[in-house]
Design a protein around this ligand. Sequence first.
Ligand code: SF4
Ligand code: SF4
Length: 217
Amino acid sequence: MIITKQKELKEILKHLEGQSRVFLIGCGECSTTCKTGGEDDIKRMKELIEKEGKTVTGYCVPAAPCIAAKVKLELAKNRKLIESSDAILVMACGLGIQSVKENLRAEKAVHVGCDTLFMGAIDSSGSFLEKCSACGDCVLELTGLICPITRCPKSLLNGPCGGQDKGKCEVDKNRDCTWILIYNELKKQGKLGLLKEIKAPKDYSKLTKPREIRASA
Ligand code: SF4
Ligand code: SF4
């Protein structure tokens, strides 16, 4: 899931300066779960910006699988409302925002309602946790299925570093050292031998951006 955080209203209003009629677009998947671009969040934003003198011409919340896949259809369905607007405010991830821009036929300003933070998982308390950085060269088989690239602040491939103290991370003492977690997991799995293999530097050329997988002909 892509984790987002709504921008401060003050920043949104600054970008909307001089544009009074606004169409809102959310996302029925990740942004709904993050409470940044679901239907309720869109309605709250509508109230907030209307109090500031804007007119919300309409809104849509593209549903599963993802705003990026559904946006074309939603833009077509709402064409008239969008044409009557000065601007579109997208309350979704950066992928969704760019998809709106690329699929929009009308010449309208598109604005960013959310900051995109990371790819994350949700835990039982409702917190979002970053667990994978999409490095393109997964090492989880060697690390007890715990990602050191993402969960160790130094992204160490051979840990722990000398800073771990009683199982806690030197960068944040409230967090467990990821490499101690990896050690414990490998021990449980009877795979401690994996720690003796020095892992070579990763091939970060696989992270060269922009990455793409071309559709086969
Ligand atoms: S090693 Fe970590 S960052 Fe890379 S793909 Fe695997 S889980 Fe994701
Ligand atoms: S203490 Fe552990 S988690 Fe923290 S930076 Fe060092 S190896 Fe990484």
